[in-house]
Design a binder for this molecule. Structure first.
Ligand code: 13P
Ligand code: SF4
Length: 304
C-alpha cells in the first residue's frame, strides 16, 4: 500500500472511531507528521486526560499507553506495537520497590513516569523529566526515594536540599552517549550549544549548556539566538527541531542515540491498530486507582 493511501486511511478511521492520535517526540518522522498531538511524556499524559475522544491511539511505549489508560479508564487505549516497551521501566518492579520502601519507612516515593502502572500504584507521586525538580521540591519531607532513573535522580538531587535514595535504573539509549562524543563535537563546532536530556549520564550532563525534557528542547532551541546545537537525546527529536528552525543546524551528539522501542511503530502498525481496534492497553482497577493517585498529584502541580 502506498504511504499516501495509508495516511488517508488512518485519517478516515480516526474520524470514524472518534479517535485521537498521540505521538511521543521520539517517534518516526512519518508517525509524528500524521499525529494530532506530539509531545513529551507530561504533555501527552495531560492530553490523554483532557481529550474528548473515545479512542486514544498511543504512538509511544507501553508505560505511556498505561498512563493514558489510568487517566482515561472509559476510553479505549490502543498501543499499535505491544512489543514497544521501555527497558528503564522494566528495571523496577512493584515488589522490589516495596522492599526498598520497607527499608526507608515513611519516606515518600517519587516515580518517574517511565515505569509500569504497578510501580506507580505503590508510589506517592509521579514526575516527568519536565517537572521532576518541581515535584520533588513540592514535598514537605526531608528525604525521598527516587525511582527508577538514577541519572534523572542525580540531576534533580543537585537542585534540591533533600536526601535522595536512588534506584539503579537508567535509559540504555541515553547512557550510550559518552562525554568523549560530546567533547569531540564541541571541538569541531566551538560555536554550538550542547543541549541534553537529564536521562544522560551525569558526566555528559556536566558538559551541557542546557538540560531539559524533549519539549523543553523545542522551546529552548526556538528562543536561543545560537545557530548550531549539539543534541543529546533520542534522534526522533530532530524531526520537529529541523522543521521548526530551518535556519538553524542540529547535530545529533551520537549516532547511538536511537531507542529501538520508539522506532518500532510504523504507519502500517497505526492503520492495522485502527482497523482491528487492537492491541488494547487496559490497566486493572486495583492498580489503576492507586496509580492514578500518584499521577494526579503530579498533574496538579502547575507546569511553570
Ligand atoms: P520526555 O519526553 O518526557 O522528555 O521523555 C523522554 C523519554 O525517554 C521517554 O521515553
Ligand atoms: Fe525507555 Fe530510554 Fe527508550 Fe525512553 S528512550 S523509551 S527511557 S529506553
Amino acid at each position: 500500500m502506498h504511504a499516501n493511501d495509508i495516511r488517508q486511511d488512518i485519517r478516515k478511521l480516526l474520524k470514524e472511531r472518534n479517535a485521537v492520535l498521540l505521538a511521543h517526540n521520539y517517534m518516526r518522522d512519518e508517525v509524528q507528521e500524521i499525529a494530532d498531538i506530539t509531545g513529551d511524556s507530561l504533555a501527552l499524559s495531560q492530553e490523554a486526560a483532557r481529550t474528548g475522544a473515545d479512542v486514544i491511539v498511543f504512538c509511544g511505549v507501553h508505560f505511556m499507553a498505561e498512563s493514558a489508560s489510568i487517566l482515561s479508564p472509559d476510553k479505549t487505549v490502543l498501543l499499535p506495537r505491544m512489543d514497544a516497551g521501555c527497558p528503564m521501566a522494566d528495571m523496577v518492579t512493584a515488589d522490589a520497590l516495596l522492599e526498598m520502601k520497607s527499608r526507608h519507612p515513611g519516606v515518600p516515593v517519587v516515580t518517574y513516569v517511565n515505569s509500569s502502572a504497578a510501580v506507580k500504584a505503590v508510589s506517592d507521586i509521579c514526575c516527568t523529566s519536565a517537572n521532576a525538580v518541581k515535584v520533588v521540591n513540592s514535598l514537605p519531607d526531608p528525604e525521598v526515594i527516587f525511582v527508577p532513573d538514577r541519572n534523572l535522580g542525580q540531576f534533580v538531587a543537585k537542585q534540591s536540599d533533600k536526601t535522595f535514595h536512588f534506584w539503579d535504573g537508567f535509559c540504555p539509549t541515553h547512557e550510550r552517549l559518552k562525554p568523549a562524543d560530546v567533547q569531540r563535537l564541541k571541538e569541531a563546532h566551538p560555536d554550538a550549544l550542547f543541549i541534553c536530556h537529564p536521562e544522560c549520564n551525569p558526566l555528559v550532563v556536566a558538559l551541557a549548556d542546557h538540560v531539559c525534557s524533549t519539549s523543553g528542547m523545542y522551546e529552548y532551541c526556538r528562543k536561543s539566538p545560537a545557530r548550531r546545537f549539539i543534541i543529546g537525546t533520542e534522534a526522533g527529536i530532530l524531526y520537529r527541531l529541523r522543521l521548526e528552525n530551518p535556519d538553524k543546524e542540529f547535530i545529533l551528539a551520537s549516532p547511538a542515540l536511537i531507542c529501538p522501542n520508539m522506532k518500532l511503530t510504523s504507519l502500517e502498525d497505526v492503520l492495522a491498530s485502527l482497523q482491528t481496534m487492537s492491541p488494547v492497553v487496559k490497566v486493572p482497577e486495583e492498580i489503576r486507582v492507586p496509580a492514578k493517585r500518584a499521577l494526579d498529584r503530579m498533574i496538579a502541580i502547575p507546569r511553570d
